[in-house]
Write a protein that binds this ligand. Structure first.
Ligand SMILES: Cc1ncc(COP(=O)(O)O)c(C=O)c1O
Length: 366
């Protein structure tokens, strides 16, 4: 039996006619930049995230970049974030000439450990960027308390956690801004790159709208430098078709996660920990296993998809050598990088497929 890590074709098959019709509508209209589809998606994502405003942008990366730019983060500033995340989180900070300052993770949730943030604050710190990893939100109460004490902006990297819940609040609605990605592998994945920033701050919203369009207001007059960070209406049209399914798909992922949890109970496989404060959308189902690299090789040899998110924590990436980190500096992130692996958890997975995935792992580990 073959079990891919993700089966986008299975999902597309169910919505194909509607996606094609929606995309065709955009093409027939020839409104190929901006327009009603982008505005409608913004309204609906803002509502789904319980935020006042949303700004469609070209990717999750550009959601982060344009948020940092709109908050005035630049040369000489510091932004505290997690080292255990996709590269974009810290890459955007560094691209602006600011310094990514890494605080280690909580080994249970893989999210930034709030207890380590305060020690990382200096007079140059401008913002904190927690990452809601794998579909579960970070400990936002503690993070907001520290940010409040030091007057820091909070940018939620919610690329993997759209509509996830922390204490009855939605991802993106607690900090100064929240950033989503519509990369195809996300719970709400487009037909290409796309992203969105949500916020409750009217001024920030206005700045973001200009920022995604080279800071232009009025047209061809620029009081600050932005970029082309616009979301295509073709993407918005496809995402509008998918959005009504998002909760159902996330529920299916939670059901699949619970099924694995039961299969791995009382074994050497360490299943994901979800805080009682959180509802995860399980963008990834990440386990810790002994002999991780051997398990990964064995699964791949047996046509079972799996992936290591992430094999190298960001403080040890070659491009960040100038920050002067060495192995051992952020031990929980380094340990996670050695021990974790993600299993297929996508909505269309069947019990038989999950039995096969779990069985292949448990059989191998004896
Ligand atoms: C945590 C995190 N941040 C940022 C991004 C960047 O999003 P995108 O790939 O849409 O640019 C991703 C997605 O890959 C991500 O997982």
């Amino acid at each position: 039996m073959k079990v891919p890590l993700l089966d986008l074709k299975a999902q597309y098959a169910k919505i194909k006619d509607d996606v094609l019709a929606a995309v065709s509508e955009v093409l027939e209209s020839q409104v190929c930049i901006g327009g009603a589809k982008v505005a409608e998606l913004e309204t609906k994502i803002a509502a789904a995230s319980e935020c006042k405003y949303a700004v469609g942008v070209s990717s999750g990366t550009d959601a982060i970049l344009s948020s940092l730019m709109s908050l005035g983060v630049g040369r000489g500033d510091e932004v505290i974030t997690s080292p255990f995340t996709f590269f974009a989180t810290a890459g955007c900070i560094a691209r602006l000439g600011a310094k990514p300052v890494f605080a280690d993770i909580d080994p249970k949730t893989y999210n930034i450990n709030p207890e380590l943030i305060e020690a990382a604050v200096t007079e140059r710190t401008k913002a904190v960027m927690p990452v809601h990893l794998f579909g579960q939100m970070a400990d936002m109460d503690s993070i907001m308390a520290i940010a409040g004490r030091f007057g820091l902006a909070v940018i939620e990297d919610a690329a993997q956690s759209i509509t996830a819940v922390y204490k009855n609040k939605r991802a993106g609605s607690i900090g100064t801004a929240g950033c989503f990605s519509f990369f195809p592998s996300k719970n709400l994945g487009g037909i290409g790159d796309g992203g969105m920033v949500v916020t409750n701050d009217e001024n920030l919203h206005h700045k973001l709208v200009l920022m995604r369009n080279h800071g232009s207001e009025p047209k061809y007059y620029h009081s600050f430098i932005g970029g082309n960070f616009r979301l295509d209406p073709v993407q918005a049209a496809a995402l509008l078709v998918e959005l009504p399914y998002l909760n159902k798909w996330s529920r299916a992922r939670r059901k699949n996660a619970a099924y694995y949890d039961a299969k791995f109970a009382d074994t050497v496989v360490q299943t994901p920990y979800i805080s009682p404060d959180c509802t995860s959308i399980y963008n990834q189902y990440v386990i810790r296993v002994p002999r991780r690299d051997e398990v990964v090789a064995h699964l791949k040899a047996n046509d079972v998809g799996c992936e290591i998110y992430y094999p190298v924590p960001l403080h040890l990436q070659e491009c960040f050598a100038y920050l002067g980190h060495k192995p051992g500096d952020l031990p929980e992130s380094e340990k996670a990088a050695r021990e974790v692996m993600a299993l297929p958890v996508y909505p269309e997975l069947t019990d038989e497929m999950q039995d096969h995935v779990a069985g292949t792992i448990l059989e191998f580990l004896g």
